[in-house]
Structures are given as C-alpha cells and as structure tokens.
Design a protein around this ligand. Structure first.
Ligand code: ADP
Ligand code: MG
Length: 330
C-alpha cells in the first residue's frame, strides 16, 4: 500500500513547485497575512513555508498528514477543490509519501507551539526510538511546514529534475502569481544561505504595484483594468492587462481559477492583431464562474479546467479586452 501511495503521489506532484502550490493554498486558507518561503536546491533538498495563519491544534497535528483529513467544509462543487488536486485532504498526505515533513504550529489559544514529524501519512519520532507525539516548543502563532528530500524514494522522478535553478525559477513563478492574486498578503522567497530575498512583496501593496515589482518596473503605467461579466453565462472576470503598445520578455498570462488554454490563446490572439510581431503582453485575470458550470471530473494531473459556456465566456473576455485596449488609444 505504501508503494501504491508513493506512486500516486509522484504522479500528482511532479516537481517542487507543485508541492509549494499546495502549501501556499493551505496557508492562504488559514487566513495568513504573511508567507515566507525558504528553498534549497530548487526545493529538492528543502522547501519551507512559514505563515501567520490560524495554526493547527496539537490534537490535529496527529492526523493532518493522513489521507482525506480536511478541516475545510466543502461541497463537491467547491471550486477550490479543483483548483488543487480535485480531491480533498490529500495534499499533505501525498507529500508525506515522497518527502520528510516537519510541521511546527501554534494556535492563538495555546501558549506554545508544537512540532511533529511525518512519514507515509503518520507521525514518526524526530529521532529513532523516541516518542512520535507532537512536542511543545517556542513559536509564533501560525504554521511552519518543512519539506525535505522531496522524491528521495521516487528515484525516476528525482532524476528527471536535473537543474535546481530551473526548479527554483518555477517556484518563483508560482509565488509571483499567488502574490499578484493575493495583494493582502506579504510574500517573500529566498534561497537558504542567502541574506536577501529574491522576491518580496508588502502585505498592503496594490495589485498594480505588485505586478510592476514582480514583472518589471517598465510595466507600471502600462496596465489597464479589465472588468467583464455576464449573468447569463454565470461568470465575471477582473484583472489587469498591458497596453497594446507595450511588450515584455514573454507573454505572461495569470489566470485564476485555473488555466484555460482556450482563453489564453484567445487573449494572446487579441494582442497579436494589435502588437508588432515578437511583442509580449501581460494579462492577469481573476475569473469567477458559477460552480455548477465547472467540470469537476478532470483528472487531478490536468493543469487545465473546462467549464460550461467556455466558448461564449472566452468571446466575452475577448470583446472586453478589445474594448479596453481600444478605449485607451483614443
Ligand atoms: P485540504 O487543504 O484539502 O484540507 P491538505 O492535505 O492540504 O487538505 O491539508 C490538510 C489539513 O491540514 C487542512 O484541512 C488544514 O486543517 C490543515 N493545514 C494544512 N496546512 C495548514 C496551515 N498552513 N495552517 C493551518 N492548517 C493547515
Ligand atoms: Mg490543501
């Protein structure tokens, strides 16, 4: 059974950035205002995330890495479940099958933190032969999760990830997108041993400022607000897009709830007709879709999502984008 779990986890978590996304979602769900990330060897040696959220109670620490353990009330239609694995209460369990996990957490009603170590979903002693129960320790309210030696027991997966720099860039990419989408939360990310953060956002910064900080200062003053909605189609989209006379190093497309290739292509298509060849715009869209219209039967490894009226919604977004870009040229 352990081997089956390990293989399953290795199919869902393909690289450190996938694990980090799950940990980020958990910290945000816990209502954190700050997220600090520490990385060694592209997250393969160490991936640590510290939040200031509501924390995990001592009793719950014993079970958080078990499969299907969730404190989150969800209906099957809940979008947040397809935004992650498509299942509930599986992220920590999956990671615990392919890495060493240590959690230190403190809730506001406790006068100390507790620390616990995990393997294959269960508590394990910090040292061989010791008692595996969570141990009291010093710590602020919030949660620190340390993931070490990711894929240590999945050699083929580990060997596929040759370049730690590449993995680190993917991590920065994920953190950047979440930082843009969660402007009320301060994010930082640094490599272990480095005194300075490679990414740092303030918890009170405006989305436009975060975008220009993370995607280049030249983008500032080039961003247009995009808003579009349609009750019949059951959706709304809000975000920022660059002018049709501006270009970045590559087309940057940030889409929450999830990636829709059709929508991405359509947005890129609008710019292609307006920008000189080889130009690269930026677009950030927060899409809200009536949960009933989202196809939840996508396989968890799929990074894309499909929804009802996808074509009509894409057309509506394209129209709004064209109008937004046209208005500013007048
Ligand atoms: P899910 O997020 O679907 O509930 P996870 O495996 O990601 O499943 O997490 C399991 C449970 O662990 C969560 O429901 C939550 O109770 C707890 N948890 C995980 N990370 C945190 C965190 N950073 N702060 C508080 N609670 C957390
Ligand atoms: Mg989760």
């Amino acid at each position: 059974e352990t081997v089956v779990n390990r293989i399953a986890a290795g199919e869902i978590i393909l690289r450190p950035a996938n694990a980090l996304k799950e940990l980020l979602e958990n910290s945000l769900d816990a209502g954190t205002k700050t997220i600090q990330i520490l990385v060694k060897d592209g997250g393969l040696k160490l991936l640590q995330i510290q939040d200031s959220g509501h924390g995990i109670r001592k009793d719950d620490l014993a079970i958080v890495c078990e499969r299907f353990t969730t404190s989150k009330l969800r209906t099957f239609e809940d979008l947040s479940s397809i935004q992650t694995f498509g299942f509930r209460g599986e992220a920590l369990a999956s990671i615990s099958h392919i890495a060493h996990i240590t959690i230190t957490s403190r809730t506001a009603d406790s006068n100390c933190a507790f620390r616990a170590c995990y393997a294959d979903g269960k508590l394990i002693p910090a040292k061989p032969g010791a008692n595996p129960d969570p141990k009291p320790c010093a710590g602020n309210v919030g949660t620190q999760i340390t993931v070490e030696d990711l894929f240590f027991n999945v050699p083929f997966r580990r060997q596929a990830l040759r370049n730690p720099n590449d993995e680190y860039n993917r991590i920065l990419d994920v953190v950047s997108k979440y930082a843009v989408h969660n402007s009320g939360v301060g994010f930082s990310c640094r490599k272990q041993g480095s005194a300075t953060a490679d990414l740092h956002t303030a918890s009170n910064a405006a989305p436009v400022d975060i975008i220009s900080q993370l995607y280049g200062s030249t983008i500032k003053g080039q961003l247009l607000k995009l808003i579009c909605q349609d009750q019949n189609l059951g959706f709304s989209a809000k975000g920022y897009v660059t002018h049709a006379n501006f270009s970045l190093k590559r087309f940057t497309f940030i889409l929450f709830i999830n990636n829709s290739l059709a929508l991405k292509k359509a947005v890129e298509g609008v710019y292609t007709t307006m920008l000189p060849k080889g130009s690269h715009p930026f677009a950030y869209l927060a899409l809200t879709i009536n949960p009933e219209n989202v196809d939840v039967n996508v396989h968890p490894t799929k990074r894309e999502v499909h929804f009802l009226h996808e074509e009509d919604i894409t057309a509506a977004v394209v129209e709004a984008l064209q109008a937004t870009l046209a208005n500013c040229n007048e």
